[in-house]
Ligand binder design. Structure first.
Ligand SMILES: Cc1cc2nc3c(=O)[nH]c(=O)nc-3n(C[C@H](O)[C@H](O)[C@H](O)COP(=O)(O)O)c2cc1C
Length: 324
């Protein structure tokens, strides 16, 4: 029997738990050459900004052991072009679309949300909080629970009530649970984690930083244990809040690990750069793995690793019924 792979972001049903990670599939057109985007749970766009952005100087990417560094700097055509061309293209193909937004002030995030609120084809809005707050000496919003909550509350207040607002968190904080809690208190319907931790590498031939921006975001398998830890801690503290887990997912087994930690949706990022079919392959591998372990529903595996070893049964509802 096929496994029921449906999952939910708030009240929004996704046919399966696989999405792309923001910034790793632009707005989907390139990926659509390889498979029908309607077959994954959702497509998450790059972070959309108010104005077009050329991004940071090159080199912007550097390979690292089991990962890569990037300092792309939210390159993109800006919200006008997104709404004129990219979003309608996705909507025409009925692709469930999570629109990521990035801004430098609370007002900018809010203005972006206003532009999206009546746009057809927005399944959810993911607020990329890893942007520098230009009103606070460039301090990244995600490093401050109160600043993150302010952005989320403002975006939530203007966004259509039936469009979930997701807060995307950074692992570069001493206590991710407190930032997560602040975002939920601010009105976040779900949480995404993790954005890239900051890293750096130095080219020993040129004896200079490998990236023009000096530091950059680390991604790929190197960050997976960090992602698993963050998802685990936040799910333990806020078990009813849906989590999109991401960080170094290359296989169905990696996705399963994040699901066991508490994610109900899994995003695939860096893997797409060397395997454009990664989302479909990971979905198939995950489904096979769940079936092999006797699951009928993906939902039964979400957060399962939190249960004590003796209570290893997979089907809580069955258990509860049998103990009546
Ligand atoms: C090249 C590149 C660009 C990214 N751009 C964005 C972005 O625009 N917005 C965002 O929220 N995250 C962005 N991210 C972070 C990813 O969405 C994801 O959180 C992170 O890379 C961890 O997943 P992964 O290891 O599967 O790539 C970017 C990551 C990479 C590698």
């Amino acid at each position: 029997m096929p496994v029921d792979m449906r999952t939910y972001l708030g009240h929004v049903e996704l046919v399966n738990p696989i999405t792309t990670a923001a910034g790793c599939a632009a707005s989907g057109a390139e990926l659509a050459q390889f498979f029908d985007l309607g077959r994954i749970g959702a497509l998450t766009t790059r972070s959309i900004t108010m104005a077009p952005r050329a991004g940071r100087p090159t080199p912007r990417m550097a390979e690292t052991p089991s990962g890569m560094l990037n300092a792309v700097g939210l390159q993109g055509p800006g919200v006008d072009a997104f709404l004129e061309r990219e979003l309608p293209w996705l909507a025409q193909r009925s692709v469930r679309t999570v629109v990521s937004i990035g801004g430098g002030t609370v007002a900018e995030y809010t203005a972006l949300a206003r532009r999206l609120t009546d746009a057809p084809g927005v399944t959810a809005v993911e607020v990329n909080l890893s942007c520098p707050n230009i009103e606070d000496r460039g301090r990244v919003f995600a490093r401050d629970g109160a600043a993150s909550a302010e952005v989320i509350a403002s975006v939530r207040s203007v966004m259509r009530y039936d469009v979930p607002v997701l807060a995307k968190l950074s692992p570069d904080v001493p206590d991710i649970v407190s930032v997560a809690r602040a975002c939920v208190d601010g009105g976040a319907d779900a949480l995404s984690m993790i954005n890239n931790p900051l890293g750096m590498s130095i080219d020993t031939e040129t004896m200079r930083p490998a990236l023009a921006a000096v530091t950059g975001g680390l991604s790929g398998p190197a960050v997976r244990p960090l992602a698993v830890r963050c998802v685990w801690q936040v799910h333990a503290a806020l078990p009813s809040v849906p989590i999109i887990g991401m960080g170094g997912v290359l296989t169905g087994r990696d996705a399963f690990e994040l699901i066991l930690a508490g994610a109900c949706v899994v995003a695939v990022g860096t893997a797409l750069f060397h395997d454009p079919y990664a989302c479909m392959r990971i979905l198939r591998e995950l489904e096979e793995l769940l079936a092999a372990r006797g699951f009928n529903r993906l939902a039964d595996a979400v957060g399962l690793a939190h249960r004590p070893p003796g209570a290893s049964t997979r089907h809580r509802t069955d258990l509860e019924e049998s103990s009546l």
